[in-house]
Design a protein around this ligand. Structure first.
Ligand code: ADP
Ligand code: MG
Length: 293
């Protein structure tokens, strides 16, 4: 197995933005290159929803792959005891120590990191003990901020952390909201999915988190269904933070489970691969905006 990355991080300059810079000589690349004390600031993106089965893991896996391919040193953190992201990357679902030691943090977390088969992409696997992660946080001081502390030592190696979260609302959600720079929520165009998203936004407001941190995209869109078409077209009226990218309901995404690879690897010309590339480009522009200067 290839060793996980130990090199210092590269500037996370996605290729789309590289060509943008080439076109616009006086544009300043102004998000990712926060160098403090000779070290870059790591960006944390949490793929999160209070609903299960909406395409979180599919998005996290494909975005992590695309980020790595764009030259961004990326770590995908699987926080779900179902270990689906870990499975997709063919990595054993094992942490060094259990969720309890994970919750305490420290450099031990680094020892659980595994390489993937792809450039610039490592994975922090989940294991079954993650089902007790919220309980483990609850037993510690500053229980709503533990995850941020656990992830902090990863600054040394990565420019981008993508968290694949279990469906939940409560202490783990607080931890995710406190740790992440942005949440990314897949929204299936159904009534209940929109309702769940309203609950999440209300929870975030109640807990004092900024709503603008929550971005969403349409997921599993089936254009043959009238309701999907209707709700998809009105999503921006209901929610701020909607990205334009929409992931279609597509058999190639389901095939990831058989191939155990991101879509862009085994079906690079598919509609699904193109949709994830669009999502990544839009997201990269949000995470690391280029400002003229
Ligand atoms: N765009 C899509 N089109 C078709 N099937 C999808 C799509 N996205 C996800 N799936 C399938 O739906 C199921 C749930 O997706 P997953 O990404 O694991 O959701 P979550 O992480 O939100 O629970 C999986 O079997 C996955 O293969
Ligand atoms: Mg999942």
């Amino acid at each position: 197995m290839i060793a996980p990355a130990r090199r210092p991080v590269n500037y996370p300059l996605p290729s789309e933005q590289r060509s943008e810079l080439a076109k616009n000589g006086n544009a300043l690349y102004n998000g990712a290159i926060h160098v403090s004390k000779g070290r870059q600031t790591m960006t944390i993106l949490a793929v999160f929803s209070n609903k299960g089965g909406v395409g979180k893991t599919a998005a996290a896996v494909n975005l992590a792959y695309l980020a790595g391919q764009a030259g961004v040193r990326t770590l995908l953190c699987d926080l779900d005891s179902q270990c689906s992201a870990t499975f997709y990357f063919n990595v054993p679902p094992e942490l060094k120590g259990s969720a309890r030691s994970f919750a305490k943090g420290g450099k031990a977390v680094l020892r659980s990191v595994q390489a993937t088969a792809y450039d610039n992409l490592d994975i922090l696997p989940a294991d079954i003990s993650h089902r007790n992660l919220a309980l483990a946080f609850e037993d510690l001081k500053h229980s709503k901020r533990r995850l941020a502390e656990v992830l902090d030592p990863l600054q040394e190696r990565y420019a981008l952390l993508i968290l694949d979260c279990p469906p939940t609302i409560g202490l783990l959600a607080d931890n995710v909201l406190n740790a992440a720079d942005r949440l990314l929520t897949p929204l299936v165009p159904t009534t209940l999915s929109f309702e769940a998203h309203r609950q999440l936004l209300a929870f975030a407001r109640e807990e004092g988190h900024k709503e603008r941190l929550i971005l969403s995209f349409l997921s599993m869109v089936d254009r043959r269904k009238k309701l999907h078409r209707e709700l998809a077209s009105t999503a921006t009226d209901h929610f701020s933070g909607m990205l334009a990218a929409a992931i279609p309901y597509n058999a190639d995404v389901e095939r990831m489970g058989v191939q155990r690879e991101p879509v862009a690897v085994f079906a690079p010309r598919s509609e699904a691969a193109a949709a994830y590339r669009g999502l990544w480009a839009e997201l990269a522009a949000q995470l690391w905006p280029i400002t003229a200067g």
